[in-house]
Design a protein around this ligand. Structure first.
Ligand SMILES: Cc1cc2nc3c(=O)[nH]c(=O)nc-3n(C[C@H](O)[C@H](O)[C@H](O)COP(=O)(O)OP(=O)(O)OC[C@H]3O[C@@H](n4cnc5c(N)ncnc54)[C@H](O)[C@@H]3O)c2cc1C
Length: 549
């Protein structure tokens, strides 16, 4: 759904603002699935994301949060000659793009948040190429030797192999359910009006139903649903999501064709936010500079209060510093916004306040250890990448280019499975997983892990992490309207008109961004899209205000 479609849709009058092909603010959330915009021509343009150029060179724009959304917005605003002022509540750049380095061997690391970068996520791929961030294939289930342990039966699948025959029927059932939907949309891909209508009809049909309900209504047996939960139609199950998560989530992923090859970032995924922060760029207004340089080398403290007034927007940080801005981008999660920042009510419409309150962030946890060596390379029979219906859920094995150390992500869990581990301390969590591994593998495997384990384990629970209260947004049945409201917040066309009826509020200059504001959360790609969208909202507002003066 790229440039060609945008042009087609413009020709057919679906997008009203004909002058600006890549104006993301022309997005109509009532009509289109996902982001139909091609952000690459915007970010690749030498002049920066807005070819109209801001007429407010040097003006400060506050950005709350130094994660991927905030720093991408900061980077693009810097390129067009505005001054991003970045506020960050923690001592770290990156937010949920978080590489933990082991103290005694910092060349060994584990990802606490984002760890996979899909090759089909164009925006992040473009930035990584721009910044020279190296990647290699992610050691995903089935891509590398994998043990599937399901219903207390073990299946060993070689690298590049397929799901064992006994559980193949899951894939067949999923294909039978999803393929007709996909085909009905694919047949309309050259007819954007019909395509959009069909998409909206699908959203209407499924927005109130959980994944479980749709599978159940399709006649799936309980055991089939359980295997889909553990194994999915490939290497990842939807199990922890069933009850809470809306069927629109897998539907969006399928329709947007957001599945396929994934990569790991060599040296740690934190390079992505750090590059936005550190990279020096030649700009027309600032000359050669970086976001870091424009912020005098450090972020401001976390924001504790936002007050919008007729005169401007006042931000107070954790040290009591008060500053006034015309525009502010807020990228922390809606949960954090609700729980940790004092904001005066008129900042958002009541619809947006409701949507903020209703956002569901799914629990998520990791239990990781460093090992002296990546011993599985020498003894592959001892342990493999593992997918199971036991509580550990997913186990991944990592080795590194420049150290002998290995890292085992003993467990990656989401949803109800993540909560199961929360009651234990770190030692208890590791012992729990080792007990499971003894069942799946053997006492020898657990003995080897114990011998190899060095340093303290790294256990992280996103629902317990201050400032997060969950890992990422998941759409829940009945709340599609809230997702649309959040996405539409602060979206005005360059002429100042609104893009949607969902948020009836005037443009006060505060723009929500961050992955939770996008359609499919849990992806850096979405965070980047919202960062670019909010940067455009800032540019449009400053330009309009300047013209009116
Ligand atoms: C367990 C897990 C697995 C994931 N896996 C993947 C994956 O494999 N691939 C992928 O692409 N994505 C993945 N994601 C999603 C990805 O990490 C996020 O989409 C992305 O990092 C979100 O960026 P953001 O800027 O929107 O938010 P964040 O990274 O959360 O940034 C928000 C920032 O705001 C700061 N902040 C909060 N409150 C304040 C305040 N009051 N003042 C100032 N600053 C504040 C926070 O400290 C934080 O730094 C995963 C996420 C999790 C949690």
């Amino acid at each position: 759904m790229k440039e060609q479609h945008i042009q087609e849709w413009q020709t057919k009058g679906l997008i009203s603002d004909k002058e600006v092909i890549f104006d993301v603010n022309t997005f109509n959330p009532n009509t289109f699935p996902e982001n139909p915009f091609d952000y690459i021509p915007l970010i690749a343009s030498k002049e920066g994301i807005d070819k109209l150029h801001p007429i407010n060179h040097g003006k400060e724009v506050a950005i709350i949060g130094a994660g991927c959304a905030g720093l991408c917005a900061a980077y693009e605003l810097m390129r067009v000659g505005l001054r991003p002022v970045v506020y960050e509540a923690s001592e770290r750049i990156g937010g949920r793009t978080y590489t933990h380095r082991f103290e005694k061997d910092p060349k060994a690391y584990t990802e606490i948040g984002a760890m996979r970068v899909p090759t089909f996520h164009d925006t992040i791929q473009w930035y990584m190429n721009r910044f020279g961030v190296r990647r290699r294939s992610f050691p995903s289930p089935l891509k590398v030797p994998t043990v599937i342990y399901f219903d207390r039966k073990r299946y060993d699948v070689p690298a590049g192999g397929e799901l064992p025959e006994e559980i193949q029927s899951v894939v067949q059932h999923w294909d039978a359910l999803i393929n007709p939907i996909m085909e009905s949309l694919d047949s309309l891909k050259d007819k954007p009006v019909e395509f959009s209508k069909k998409w909206q009809a699908l959203i209407k049909k499924y927005e109130h139903k959980s994944i479980y309900q749709v599978l159940h209504e399709a006649g799936w047996s309980k055991s089939l649903i359980d295997s889909f939960g553990s194994i999915g139609a490939g290497g990842a199950g939807f199990g922890p999501f069933y009850h809470q998560v809306s069927f629109t989530e897998p539907l969006r992923i399928m329709v947007a064709k957001w599945w396929g090859e994934v990569e790991e970032v060599i040296g740690g995924i934190e390079q992505i936010p750090l590059q936005f922060w550190d990279t020096e760029v030649e700009t027309d207004f600032w000359g050669k500079t970086s976001v870091k340089a424009l912020n005098y080398g450090q972020t401001r403290k976390g924001v504790v209060e936002i007050e919008t007034t007729e005169e401007g927007i006042y931000l107070t940080d954790a040290e009591g510093r008060l500053d006034k801005y015309e525009t502010v981008i807020v990228t922390c999660t809606p949960r954090n916004l609700e729980m940790s920042i004092k904001i005066n009510r008129p900042t958002f419409s009541e619809e947006v306040w409701n949507a903020i309150r209703n956002t569901y962030l799914i629990p998520g946890g990791r239990i990781c250890i460093r090992t002296k060596t990546a011993f599985w390379k020498k003894y592959p029979e001892l342990i493999s990448c593992t997918v199971t219906d036991e509580p550990l859920t997913h186990l991944y094995l990592f080795d590194f280019e420049d150290t002998q150390s290995g890292v085992i992500c003993l467990s990656y869990t989401l949803g109800i499975t993540a909560i199961k581990f929360d009651a234990f301390d770190d030692h208890g969590k590791v012992e729990n997983v080792l007990r499971e591994l003894e069942k799946i593998y053997s006492p020898e495997t657990v003995k080897m892990i114990r011998e190899q384990m060095v340093e303290e384990p790294v256990c992280f629970s996103w629902e317990e992490a201050p400032g997060y209260n969950g890992s990422f947004k998941m759409p829940v049945p009945g709340f599609n309207i809230d997702d649309v409201t959040l996405f539409s917040q602060g979206k005005f066309k360059s002429d100042g008109s609104k893009i949607s009826d969902y948020d009836t509020h005037p443009d006060v200059g505060v723009y929500l961004a961050g992955d939770c504001v996008g359609w499919s959360s849990g992806w850096i790609e979405t965070a980047l899209h919202t960062g670019i969208n909010s940067a455009l909202s800032v540019i449009y507002k400053l330009n309009r205000d300047q013209k009116e003066m």
